[in-house]
Ligand binder design. Structure first.
Ligand SMILES: NC(=O)c1ccc[n+]([C@@H]2O[C@H](COP(=O)([O-])OP(=O)(O)OC[C@H]3O[C@@H](n4cnc5c(N)ncnc54)[C@H](O)[C@@H]3O)[C@@H](O)[C@H]2O)c1
Length: 251
């Protein structure tokens, strides 16, 4: 059975939520969900189409390449200039270049880790600096993956970033408890453009390996993220929440 949707609460009323990679997919669904829950949303993406998403939901957009530290800093500054503060920072963008190591170039590795490790670290850094400056409270959400926990063939550099995301999340949680929480979200197969290129026969095999028998809708990730970032999850920090239709349960 597919997920059912329930009335949306207003847990994030007036909170400032920054989502990277918010022009489409999981990031877009999160932007929409936080806006529905009352947040003031800043969408960051290198893709200018993020501006259209922002306009539709009454959010702001700042074109940002998350692999460029100066642009990440400018994103934080633009958010504070627009909304006065940052309450929730969500590192979610990723460079989708999936290859085994013998086919991958060093340039591709730098591109992938530039967004997925350095970009996440830099995002967390500017968020923590701002949260401390405004009194200390805040939440950092990092999008990880089931591939943070298990290997899958053909994803060498991508998997390295997703392992690093868990380690970064733990470290942030320890350094800034109890004021700033850091939580990773680890999705399994989510129906976004990132997986659209997978050939039909391969996709059928992947679906068959998921006990839930389907990919999740990005809205399901967004609903979980909104809970994780809310006061209802105040005791949750330094950990990862897995949303995978029991994929990892097989072992
Ligand atoms: N879709 C899945 O099955 C799945 C599974 C596990 C984890 N994830 C993770 O979820 C997150 C979102 O994935 P998605 O499926 O929504 O992907 P997506 O491709 O639909 O969206 C990714 C977004 O990131 C943006 N982006 C790429 N490079 C950027 C950069 N340098 N600076 C700023 N923005 C950049 C893209 O423009 C795009 O809007 C990623 O971290 C991904 O690893 C996805």
């Amino acid at each position: 059975m597919n997920a059912r949707y329930f009335p949306v609460p207003d847990r994030h009323m007036r909170r400032v939520y920054v989502i990277t990679g918010g022009a489409q997919g999981i990031g877009q669904a999160c932007a929409e969900r936080f806006a529905q829950e009352g947040a003031q949303v800043m969408i960051a993406d290198r893709d200018p189409r993020g501006a259209d998403v922002a306009e539709t939901i009454g959010a702001a957009f700042h074109q940002t390449d998350m692999s460029d530290p100066a642009q990440v800093r400018a994103l934080a500054a633009a958010t504070v200039a627009r909304f006065g503060r940052i309450d929730i920072w969500h590192n979610n963008a990723f460079a989708a270049v999936f290859k085994p190591i013998h086919e991958q170039t060093l340039e591709e590795f730098d591109q992938i880790t530039g967004v997925g490790i350095r970009g996440y670290w830099m995002g967390a850094k500017v968020a923590v600096e701002q949260m401390r400056a405004q009194g200390g409270k805040g939440v950092i959400v990092n999008t990880a993956s089931v591939q943070s926990f298990v290997g899958e063939k053909g994803f060498s550099a991508y998997q390295a970033t997703k392992g690093a995301v868990l380690a970064l999340t733990r470290s942030l949680a320890l350094d800034h408890a109890p004021d700033i929480r850091a939580v990773a979200i680890a999705p399994g197969l989510i129906a976004t453009d990132a997986v659209k290129g997978i050939p039909e026969d391969v996709m059928a095999e992947v679906i068959a390996s998921i006990p839930a028998g389907r990919a999740a809708d990005p809205k399901e990730v967004a609903a979980l993220t909104a809970f994780i970032a809310s006061d209802e999850a105040d005791y949750m920090s330094g950990t990862a929440v897995i949303l995978d239709g029991a994929y990892l349960a097989i072992g």
